[in-house]
Design a protein around this ligand. Sequence first.
Ligand code: TXE
Length: 498
Amino acid sequence: MVEQRLLHIDGQDVAASDGATFLVRNPATGEALYEVAHGTAEDVDRAVAAARAAFDDGRWRHIAPRERARTLNRAAALLAERIEEFARMETLQIGRPLREMRAQLKRLPEWLEYFGAVAQTTEGSSPDFGAGHLNVVRRVPLGVAGLITPWNHPLLITMKKLSVAVAAGNSVVIKPSELGPIVPMELVLLLEEAGLPAGVVNIVPGLGRTTGKALSEHPGLAKLDITGGTETGKVIAANAGRSLIPVTAELGGKAPVLIFDDADTDQAVAGALFAAFVATGQTCVQGARILVQRDSYERVVTALVERTRQLKLGDPLDSQTQVGPLVSEAQRDKAADAVERARKQGATVLTGGAVPTGAGLSQGWFYEPTVVAGVTPEMDLWYEEVFGPVIVVAPFDDEADAVAQANDSPFGLAASIWTQNVGRAVRVSRGLDIGIVWVNDHHRIDPSSPWGGFKESGIGSENGLDAFHAYTRPQSLIINSSDAEFDWFATVEDLRYS
Ligand code: TXE
């Protein structure tokens, strides 16, 4: 039975203005799960107008931050009760193993709690303007933010943007991914149940090239915040630039995992395996290039290949499953094509490199976890983001070579360094042109910790105080405290500009 879902604008569930819909499918079986209203440009316009009206009348931004935080804390408690239900819904739509979705969603109430606390504790400043004036600088919300989110962590990424936007007092219009829109839509309803006024958060699902395009071109926005592919980010930023709308963008990556000779080998291999294949490799911080110091290379790669072969593919709802299908046929074909091109260009596939044929794997978009060696910068696979279970292994000589290879990428989102030598970890991190660097770990996240990439991996960052600042702007109030007479045009001498 295919469930129907509508747009949510100004607190109401509404059909698309032209009645159009699209289907959301289960990537493990191909079965249609939901028929969702497909937002038109007119619907986006209505949503932005509703968000603007909610912003202008102050129903949310003008209430005390402590009240906003209370609402967010109530939403966090409601969300905590629904983790199991939401995890299953996410798994059904995007195919990520249920054990992973549970682990991820359990953390999400923290974002509402953290940004509620930041809203309450953020203070303005009072620069010393001089004796005759008092200057008070307040941080004020921006207006209507457009949030464009992807399918790989549908709720996590929506939450990262939404929590900070509303905690700061903004209104928003969300365009969730067409492949996994349902749980972000549930989150909007849950926020309203917790007491968020209607119109503050609106959600208009639809395709990127239509609904997403309409939102990114809308001149009524005060900010656009996107997570997606680098090419999409460039298109969206160009659209926003035409109306001088600031953009935060979290885009592609090809994260290096640097394993030094002095690393704890078992931990480094377990870390590389996690970095490579969590979410079936569909994460922006995937450890896609495993770079190993030459003396340990054979040992580490042999162990990594062995552990990769043991990964259990299958039904993502089965708690024994470690690797699920890719999200779509297009993503599966992209992975297969990248491996075929690498083979033709002279690389060696150490394991994987095929569509699996085992029981239960024929319906969905599965691809074997794949390790490729002999990839050089002359080959596409060294640079391109596959966004699937395909990784490269390569040796390096010393710290300088590790840094040079790690930086040899158009991306600069994330990296991990595996070593027992603290000084080395610090030295190497200083050389990396990369926004997030883990030491003896990978893919760890916290609402307080900035998350953003350098180079073609994006603009600005999510999480932490920087993100809160990017959802507010300073308003400078300058109060004349002098009792001296002032008449600029009646004064002949001693003019002072200020
Ligand atoms: O992402 P898209 P897709 C990368 C990854 C993947 C590739 C394509 O390499 O293979 O992107 O994946 C909306 N105007 N990442 O196609 O297209 C779209 O509807 C406005 C990296 O799924 O970038 C969705 O809501 N909006 C990544 C969002 O943008 C547009 C996460 C992201 O979709 C649009 C996902 C347009 N012209 C993919 N075109 C990460 N870094 O986490 C698309 N959209």
